[in-house]
Design a protein around this ligand. Structure first.
Ligand code: BGC
Length: 464
């Protein structure tokens, strides 16, 4: 999609409030590289499957963050962000998934945390952003309960080492994606297409969240939460309403209900009873999963619109009925403008989803832990021109502020992503960075969107 049809004017002026924490986010497998200095993950295995990742991209060199960490820290300092959200690679810390800890691997994150603090930036850690150790996949992966117990041991290692300095912890990033793109649609690692396993994975991810919260708190860690990708889902036609509702249950209500102490959503269990008997649910886990969290993260990019099958909507990336076990026949119909991912740009959806979270989890402060767009950048000398991304970010901050006006307690906004990186199965063609990474030299060049964010932060800091 060319930029031209995305050009549109915004009739507002966004000024960052003093009490909104501004950050950027990344994840380990997408940026680190240095694969040989850690254990293997399911994404390394997936990358070996012909055709699984576009362009045959692997985790090496990614954007070589392991070797360029000082430069990347300086970039964050230059940007002026309050916080940086990164994820820890489990197989870098515990190469075999369980057992021996790599002091070198753990030491990398220890220095990263210190490097952030030395620059006045708050470290926000995501414990699991999809790179499960291969050994644990061989033992059954997330469809089996024991994986959650291995995860809890990994959490304890991190909490003991970093708990005194990390500002904010997320047990998981988007468990919906790990469960359903990984085990139902099979587009993501581990590339399984088995609806029953996907539902079990979703539950065990949340069980592991509960265990993780417990271990974090036991180690004295503060600000413990989780980052979800709840998506407003609307039906374009009355006959597509059942599909929209089914998506809502899988994508939103399942996670919110478990966190709110309402257990596994009964309607979803009934609607998927032909797929699984849900016997993997242990009632005794539910209070643990619902232990109050200090904050919740929302990663927001777009909305989902269902329509009649015969209207033949194509859907954006990730909008595939195979990702939704038990869904009635439907098609997806994103409305223009869309990004290069085919995702509809719909800032009002952010306001909507923030209100939805507040209704389901009253009293839990919300951080927008990811928001951003893959659009085509124009490189002109040392400038990188990306007006649509800048507009996108501004429009979504404005939508966040609308939710605040409606009384929702939103405390942070993190742009995805600090820099261009591996967009999972999409390889390196989809570029979400506010900083460009040259695909050949890996040189970092701030895009105009980064310049805008930097100026907006400076203006905020100077304001009385
Ligand atoms: C994920 C990121 C990903 C981004 C864009 C989120 O689903 O947390 O890892 O790169 O969206 O697809």
């Amino acid at each position: 999609m060319s930029e031209s049809n995305l050009e549109y004017e915004f009739e507002f002026d966004v000024r960052l409030p003093k009490d909104l924490e501004i950050g950027t986010a990344t994840s380990s497998w997408q940026i680190e590289g240095s694969v040989d200095s850690r254990g293997s993950s399911i994404w390394d295995d997936f990358a070996k499957v012909p055709g699984a990742i576009k362009g045959g991209i692997t985790g090496e060199p990614a954007v070589d963050h392991i070797n360029r960490v000082e430069e990347d820290l300086d970039l964050l300092k230059w940007l002026g962000v309050d916080a940086y959200r990164f994820s820890v690679s489990w197989p870098r810390v515990i190469p075999g998934g369980t057992g021996e800890v790599s002091q070198e691997g753990l030491g990398f994150y220890d220095k990263l945390v210190d490097g952030l603090l030395a620059r006045g930036i708050k470290p926000a850690v995501t414990i699991y952003h999809w790179d499960l150790p291969s050994t644990l996949q061989a033992a059954g992966g997330w469809p089996v309960r024991e994986t959650a117990e291995r995860y809890a041991d990994y959490v304890e290692v991190l909490a003991n080492k970093l708990g005194d300095r990390v500002d904010r912890w997320a047990t998981h990033n988007e468990p919906w994606v790990a469960a359903y793109l990984g085990h139902a649609a099979g587009w993501h690692a581990p590339g399984i297409k088995d609806d029953a396993k996907a539902l079990a994975a979703a539950y065990h991810l949340m069980y592991s969240h509960g265990l993780g919260v417990e271990r974090l708190r036991a180690a004295g860690a503060k600000n413990v939460g989780i980052a979800l990708n709840l998506i407003p889902t609307f039906a374009d036609t009355p006959s597509a309403e059942a599909a929209a509702h089914h998506i809502h249950l899988l994508q939103n209500q399942f996670w919110l209900d478990l966190l709110a102490g309402k257990g596994v959503n009964a309607e979803l269990m009934a609607a998927t009873s032909h797929i699984t008997d849900w016997s993997f649910v242990n009632e005794a886990d539910l209070p643990l999963i619902a232990a109050p969290i200090d904050w919740i993260g929302e990663n927001y990019y777009s909305v989902t619109r269902t329509t009649d099958v015969n209207l033949g909507g194509e859907g954006g990336n990730g909008q595939d009925t195979h990702a939704f076990p038990g869904i009635p026949d439907t098609a997806f119909a994103p409305r223009p403008p869309v990004t290069n991912m085919g995702w509809e740009i719909y800032p009002a959806g952010l306001t909507y989803v923030l209100e939805m979270i507040a209704q389901n989890l009253p009293g839990v402060p919300i951080w927008v832990t990811e928001n951003g767009a893959s659009v085509t950048d124009v490189v002109d000398g040392n400038k990188v021109i990306d007006p649509v991304r800048t507009h996108y970010i501004r429009a979504h901050i404005a939508a966040l502020l609308d939710a605040r006006k409606a009384g929702v307690d939103v405390r942070g906004y993190y742009a995805w992503s600090l820099m261009d990186n591996i967009e999972w199965a999409e390889g390196i063609d989809q570029r979400f960075g506010i900083v460009r990474v040259d695909p050949v030299t890996l040189e970092r060049i701030p895009k105009n969107s980064a310049l805008w964010l930097r100026e907006a932060i400076q203006e905020r800091n100077q304001r009385a």
